[in-house]
Design a protein around this ligand. Structure first.
Ligand code: ADP
Length: 548
């Protein structure tokens, strides 16, 4: 047929065009060492054009990989746009990788340039002399402070590069299927693997984030993303925000300082917050301590690991409505969101929000039996591996790492174990590698953690399987008491609390008190680190049979 719709490329250039032409006065605010730095969309987009000129002069061509080693700030946002809009590939380096992994990712991606925040020079310095593909390093300074000692050779200065350039760049025509960005998975097993996003996938993912039954992100919103921009596209939010024309609030470096984050959200009128559960656990503790409320916040998006019930209830009580999102680096990352549907009873709303949600428009999901690979029914009982497909789901990895992640019929195997109920709500049982196999039965480490974290004296709980001579594995819980209950909370108290809430044979063989659960680069519980350091079960436990 003739006269079909135009074959208009879905690229990040379109998002940039909207930012420039439609939202000029909107603000991007970054917390810096010398106070808040405010940049309008108009100023920012002008700087993106300058940056494109600078990149071109530095020899960047279509398809070249250009890396960033940066925190959440407006200059990182400039790189998020200038690099792909030029046809090059933005590679966000994970600043918490071990030096050998960092070296691996730069080499595997064949990065040609690296942009680095001055506060992260020492991180990059760990791989000095080991990354031959990198022609040049550009440092982004926050203020006039001295750089630390390094062996990285001559560094170019970001602001000097931009100053010399005009603020109009003629963008090349791009193929929507070309690579726009890449990010490496954290490599829980083996080397990190490169996930490559296309322009089309970034664009469609951003469109999905804006939808009413996803985040309903609009121009009216002010978003504070507490998800690092170096990981999984910062949940795709930098592009979704640009598409919507929303205000963006950046904390720059962030980790445990909840007080500063609350102040920032409050003073800048944040309406939408996004982060992993461990961030919110501390955030909520601080809010309660100070008796503060954040009245402008309409939604707190929580993902990356399961939201413990106690956290969601606590956030509700603090007037903060939290919803669950599920996804992974390979799914751009948003795959499902926990919106409640109109036909479901209102009194079940919390139960529904505690599940991992329903697939967002564009993503198809199924569960497959762990042993046979056959598709399982959506009955809320049968559990199997989540497999998914859609325009922003990975079809493999850079350099064909781990080809086994695709099924024969082209679905992506996520490695997450879940049930799906008849309304399409996903409940994650565990990750295949974290589920505890005890005497041929499965124990969900996630569910046990949630049950323990419901205890009012518990701040964090992380459960791993430890080898058992008879039962193969048995659960061991690592528990962090709330500061006021430290040294006082006992194993017996927790056992008593769990009785009747989980099956007897699920009760952990040991409960070990620690000061802090180790965290991954993205602030999740680091089970790999816990497992590596875990003491074996006490002899008395190891000899005993678990209660049935
Ligand atoms: P990693 O955690 O390995 O650094 P990702 O950020 O890609 O890398 O993590 C994706 C994984 O996080 C998913 O496969 C899943 O196991 C877990 N996850 C993400 N969102 C949720 C959620 N809402 N509930 C439970 N688990 C989640």
């Amino acid at each position: 047929m003739q006269g079909l719709m135009q074959d208009y490329p879905l690229t990040t250039q379109h998002i940039l065009w909207r930012m420039e032409r439609l939202y000029g006065p909107k603000e991007i605010v970054t917390k810096t060492d010398s106070g808040l730095r405010r940049v309008s969309y108009q100023e920012l987009t002008g700087r993106i054009h300058r940056l494109a000129h600078a990149l071109t002069k530095l020899g960047v061509k279509k398809g070249d990989r250009v890396a960033t080693l940066c925190w959440n700030n407006y200059r990182h946002l400039e790189l998020y746009y200038a690099i792909p809009c030029l046809g090059a590939v933005l590679h966000t380096l994970n600043l918490r990788l071990f030096p050998a992994q960092l070296e691996f990712t730069v080499k595997d991606a064949e990065d040609t340039l690296i942009f680095v925040d001055s506060s992260l020079i020492s991180v990059l310095n760990q791989v000095a002399g080991k990354i031959p593909s990198v022609r040049q390093i550009v440092v982004i300074k926050d203020g006039g402070q001295e750089l630390p000692e390094h062996q990285l050779g001559e560094l170019l200065d970001y602001e000097t590069l931009l100053q010399q350039e005009p603020d109009q760049f003629d963008w090349p025509r791009l193929d929507e299927r070309a690579a726009a960005a890449m990010c490496y998975t954290s490599g829980t097993t083996g080397n990190p693997k490169g996930v490559v996003y296309s322009h089309r996938s970034q664009f469609l993912h951003a469109m999905a984030v804006l939808q009413a039954d996803t985040l309903a992100l609009s121009e009216q919103d002010a978003l504070l993303p507490l998800v690092p921009m170096f990981h999984a596209n910062s949940w795709g939010l930098p592009y979704a925000v640009g598409l919507a024309g929303a205000k963006m609030i950046f904390p720059d470096r962030f980790a445990g300082d909840s007080q500063a984050l609350i102040d920032l959200a409050d003073s800048e009128g944040a309406t939408l917050l996004a982060g992993v559960p461990t961030i919110w656990i501390n955030f909520l503790t601080q809010l309660r301590k100070d008796g503060r409320r954040l009245n402008n916040v309409r939604l707190v998006l929580c993902g990356g690991s399961a939201v413990p019930r106690a956290l969601m209830e606590g956030m509700d009580a603090a007037g903060l409505r939290m919803i669950h999102a599920w996804g992974m680096t390979e799914t751009s990352p948003i795959g499902s969101v926990g919106v409640a549907r109109s036909w479901l009873p209102r009194e079940q709303e919390l139960e529904i929000r505690l599940r991992q949600g329903v697939p967002v428009p564009g993503v198809e999901i199924r569960i497959a039996d762990l042993a046979t690979g056959l598709e399982l029914p959506w009955d809320g009982q049968a559990f199997g591996e989540i497999q998914c497909r859609g325009p922003w789901i990975a079809s493999g990895y850079h350099n064909n790492a781990d080809p086994t992640r695709l099924t024969e019929d082209g679905w992506f195997r996520t490695g997450d174990v879940a049930t799906i109920d008849q309304d399409g709500y996903i409940s994650i049982v565990d990750r295949t590698k974290d589920v505890i196999k005890s005497g041929g039965e499965w124990i969900s480490s996630v569910e046990l953690e949630g049950a323990i974290m419901a205890h009012p004296k518990v701040l964090e709980a992380c459960v791993i399987g430890v080898d058992h001579p008879k039962w193969q594995e048995r659960p061991v819980a690592y528990v962090v008491a709330r500061p006021e209950a430290k040294g006082e909370l006992t194993e017996a108290e927790i056992r008593e609390f769990l009785a009747g809430k989980v099956a007897d044979w699920w009760l952990p063989d040991e409960i070990r008190f620690i000061d802090e659960v180790p965290k991954t680069s993205t602030f999740k519980f680091d089970k790999k680190a816990l497992r590596a350091d875990a003491e074996p079960l006490h002899e008395s436990q190891a000899a005993e049979a678990p209660p049935v």
